[in-house]
Design a protein around this ligand. Structure first.
Ligand SMILES: Cc1cc2nc3c(=O)[nH]c(=O)nc-3n(C[C@H](O)[C@H](O)[C@H](O)COP(=O)(O)OP(=O)(O)OC[C@H]3O[C@@H](n4cnc5c(N)ncnc54)[C@H](O)[C@@H]3O)c2cc1C
Length: 346
């Protein structure tokens, strides 16, 4: 079988790259062994503002401009609902925080995203004496559904291999890469934290940031916005909500833990005043990088081998942006932005 590309990893990064290959009429096959779960469990929020510091997310405007049309295209092609436009309300804990919000909402780069009006809380199930600030142009991509339906779609097209990619079986020819019976012009690795097993790119400083979420049902909560306090509360419909997320910099497993559940529920207590039931818990490892920038580029010996990784905590927004950068680098010889280029770690 001859193809233009082999893609290893079908999470948010791999999918964003596949979309560009489709758009540019390139042939490809995809491998995924379900060993990493970050994209399959993610809350899926997109939000152009860092709510801890009231600063814009890096390249947020450029990222959203690419991401939203891409998810819309996938929705149409796969006939699934993925993008839920929903505001994010940042809960204030003091007058000082309200004032900081007002100041930030006036700043260049933030004024279109932070509403200057303070929202009062009239929901008896929520403790929010100082009200909320509303972030505009936010939403949620149903990331678990995206992964499931995209992989199903690729399977139907007979270009998806639900198996482990075995790095030792790669053979390099003059201008191509041979893997089993596949002859490809290029290979792109997008394995998330799975990169640690990749002998070609495991030198890159990718750090695990395990995250866990619990899913609750709370029939009296009735909120139609994402509530950001010490935890996120994300409505899923039918009185179901995601509560998240934890950060663990040591645990490299996808196992759910009692410790994370307790941490989330203790934080939830500070904001929620109604009853709820925990109905599920999930975990995955975010692929993060020390300098908080993604890992994109070409291998230093094999000129047709590439990496697309380091999506960190904001994979939904960043994946389409860096996928486009990589595609333009490979096919249109456009240089990569130095901030994301892996040569910064040479
Ligand atoms: C709890 C939690 C909540 C999150 N919430 C949000 C959020 O609200 N918004 C947001 O934008 N981001 C969120 N994130 C971050 C986001 O999930 C990540 O940035 C993103 O999923 C990373 O995507 P990826 O494709 O790089 O990696 P992954 O999702 O890890 O995908 C890599 C894929 O490669 C496959 N793979 C690896 N090695 C091999 C191999 N050898 N052979 C075959 N296949 C292989 C894996 O099975 C996997 O499917 C969250 C993450 C977590 C854990």
């Amino acid at each position: 079988m001859k193809v233009d590309y082999i893609i290893v990893g079908c999470g948010l990064a791999g999918i964003a790259f596949c979309e560009l290959l489709k758009k540019n009429k390139k042939t490809f096959v995809v491998f995924d062994n379900n060993s990493q779960l970050s994209s399959s469990v993610a809350g899926g929020l997109y939000n152009p503002v860092v709510l801890k510091r009231f600063t814009p997310v890096w390249k947020s405007k450029e990222q959203l401009e690419l991401a939203l049309p891409m998810y819309l295209n996938i929705e149409k092609e796969l006939n699934v609902k993925l993008d839920y436009k929903i505001p994010v309300y940042r809960r204030f804990t003091s007058i000082e925080e309200q004032n900081n919000w007002f100041t930030a909402s006036d700043k260049v780069g933030l004024s279109g995203w932070l509403s200057a009006n303070i929202k009062k809380n009239d929901n008896p199930s929520i403790d929010a004496e100082f009200g909320f600030g509303e972030v505009l142009e936010t939403g949620r991509i149903d990331s678990p559904l995206l992964i499931e339906s995209y992989q199903k779609y690729l399977k139907e097209k007979k270009v998806f291999f639900s198996e482990e990619f075995n790095y030792n079986e790669l053979v390099f020819d003059d201008n191509s890469i041979i893997y089993k019976n596949i002859n490809a012009k290029n290979i792109v690795f997008a394995e998330g934290f799975g990169i640690k097993k990749n002998p070609f790119f495991n030198y890159l400083p990718l750090k695990e940031a395990k995250g866990e979420l619990v899913i609750i049902t709370a029939k009296d909560l009735k909120i139609d916005y994402v509530l950001k306090s010490s935890v996120f509360l994300i409505p899923l419909g039918d009185d179901k909500y995601i509560v998240g997320a934890t950060y663990n910099w040591k645990d490299k497993t996808n196992n759910i833990t009692q410790e994370a559940k307790e941490e989330l529920l203790n934080k939830l207590k500070t904001v929620l005043k109604c009853n709820y039931d925990v109905v599920d818990q999930v975990a995955g490892i975010r692929p993060t990088v020390i300098d908080r920038r993604p890992l994109v580029g070409v291998h230093n010996k094999h000129s047709n081998m590439y990496v697309l990784n380091g999506l960190g905590t904001r994979g939904v927004m960043i994946a389409p942006y860096i996928a486009e950068q990589l595609y333009n680098f490979i096919d249109n010889s456009k240089p990569l932005e130095s901030e994301i280029d892996i040569t910064r770690f040479n």
